[in-house]
Design a protein around this ligand. Structure first.
Ligand code: ARG
Length: 461
């Protein structure tokens, strides 16, 4: 049994078993919340001054004690000892050692339940702001690259089969707009979760007169939470945060998957900078797109974090149960992971070489099959018939091991195409692309519209 003195040892005769310590101590991971814990305590102390529990003089001693602890922590000063269960109790212990009995007053009218809830909400709000900056940086890079490479063409794929010609910029802008929704999701998240738990106590609300509105404001929350049971029990904010982070990770993962393919010699569309690749310990010729593979891999881990938290909270009885302590690690892990994959995706794209010659050379004439059908429709042939005519040309070409554009004019005529010469001349990749200037299409006018929308979006943030 451990002999360390616990904060609740008035009630207990024995210390904690070592195995229980191993199971329950959370300082190793929840010290990540130290900044928010100290901000929370400073605002809480102010609330206690306004309710007459602390004098101004006592408050300022507490504040400088807390600020000193934070500064020391950041400077790598060893603060913790083996008896410290979590960051909240560790900070209070160090404070009391430094400023004496007064340190014991800071927990007045507060339970670790509303304290943890508050710290964790603050932590998620702060990290969401930082993640938003990284998302915006990536969005900016995507827009810049799209503008820089305007006019470059590539095969567009469905089912990983060449489907229709597109501008490369159209592809990159698809990434931009997906990411813009990831940005909106985090902004919506920030707009929803802005109520302060402090003042809720353990479950029933603090019994001290406590100016919750002022404390809320001081911490950047909009209002006090309306129900103390709800405030200490629920982890829907964390769930939503992990869902939002998992979704942005899955966005990155899908593009990473394409970039892995594009890096293969079969595609050769993309050469990642050496700084974002690695070699093989055995095969000297290898340069592997590990950055993209890891982005894809990390997204799996983040979905795991989300699933872990969801499983954890769904059956925990109200209000607080210790199960809820398990909410921190998945969130902290996903925050670190999403930050690094956003940063790597942005830097890897900024430094990558896109091989436009390869993209163009790989384009198969069959990419124009839909356009031929469309042209036949314009000449008055019903779409189903036009589809059939082009299908028979493509089938015939396959039999002859040719492209359908290589069949003779006569063969085209026999299949039902009038004036094949004119049509063949018209049928180029750029023609196909520029026929698609409908809003959202791949044509250059549509792309200009996309750039304007993208700029307006970034300016609105
Ligand atoms: N470390 C704990 C957590 O994060 C603190 C809360 C403990 N509360 C309690 N009533 N035992 O959940």
């Amino acid at each position: 049994m451990s002999n360390s003195k616990k904060m609740w040892d008035g009630r207990f005769e024995s210390g904690m078993a070592q195995s229980m310590i191993d199971l329950s101590f959370s300082l190793a991971f929840d010290q990540e919340l130290i900044e928010e814990d100290i901000q929370g305590s400073i605002a809480h102390g102010k609330g206690l001054v306004e309710s007459g529990v602390l004098t101004e003089e006592e408050y300022s001693q507490i504040v400088s004690g807390l600020q000193g602890i934070l500064a020391d922590y950041k400077n790598g000063v060893a603060l913790w000892n083996d008896g410290d269960e979590d960051v909240h109790m560790a900070v209070e212990r160090v404070l009391t050692e430094r400023i004496g009995q007064l340190g014991k007053k800071i927990h007045t009218g507060r339970s670790r339940n509303d304290q943890v809830s508050t710290d964790f909400k603050l932590y998620m709000r702060h990290r969401a702001e930082e993640i938003l900056v990284l998302e915006k940086n990536l969005a900016n890079t995507l827009l810049e690259l799209s503008k820089k490479y305007i006019g470059k063409i590539m095969p567009g794929y469905t089912h990983l089969q060449q489907a229709q010609p597109i501008y490369f910029s159209h592809y990159l802008m698809s990434f931009f707009f997906a990411l813009s929704r990831d940005i909106c999701r985090l902004k919506n998240f920030l707009a929803l979760h802005k109520e302060l738990p402090l003042g809720s106590g353990a479950i029933a609300g603090s019994a001290f007169p406590y100016r919750r509105k002022q404390v809320a404001k001081a911490l950047g929350f909009e209002a006090p939470s309306p129900n103390s049971i709800d405030a200490v029990s629920h982890r829907d904010m964390a769930l939503e945060f992990l869902a939002d982070l998992s979704i942005v990770a899955s966005t990155l993962s899908r593009y990473a998957e394409d970039f892995v393919n594009w890096s293969s010699s079969e595609f050769s569309f993309l050469t990642l900078h050496d700084a974002f690749s690695s070699g093989s310990s055995m095969m000297p010729q290898k340069k592997n797109p590990d950055s993209m593979e890891l982005i894809r891999g990390k997204s799996g881990r983040m979905i795991g974090n989300y699933t872990a938290l969801f499983t954890l909270v769904k059956g925990a009885p109200l209000s607080y149960s210790r199960d809820l302590q398990e909410d921190k690690e998945p969130v902290i892990d996903s925050v670190k992971t999403v930050k690094v994959i956003l940063q790597v995706m942005q830097e890897a794209l900024e430094t990558a070489t896109f091989n436009f010659d390869k993209m163009e050379n790989r384009m198969l004439p069959a990419l124009l099959a839909t356009d031929l059908a469309d042209l036949l429709v314009e000449s008055g042939i019903p779409f189903r018939d036009a589809h059939h005519i082009v299908g028979s040309l493509v089938g015939e070409a396959a039999k002859q091991k040719k492209e359908f554009t290589e069949l003779s004019d006569e063969e085209w005529e026999n299949a039902g195409v009038k004036s094949p010469k004119e049509i063949k001349e018209k049928l180029t990749f750029i023609y196909s692309i520029e026929r698609r200037n409908i809003e959202g299409g791949t044509g250059s006018k549509s792309l200009q519209g996309q750039f304007e929308k993208a700029e307006a979006f970034l300016n609105s943030l």
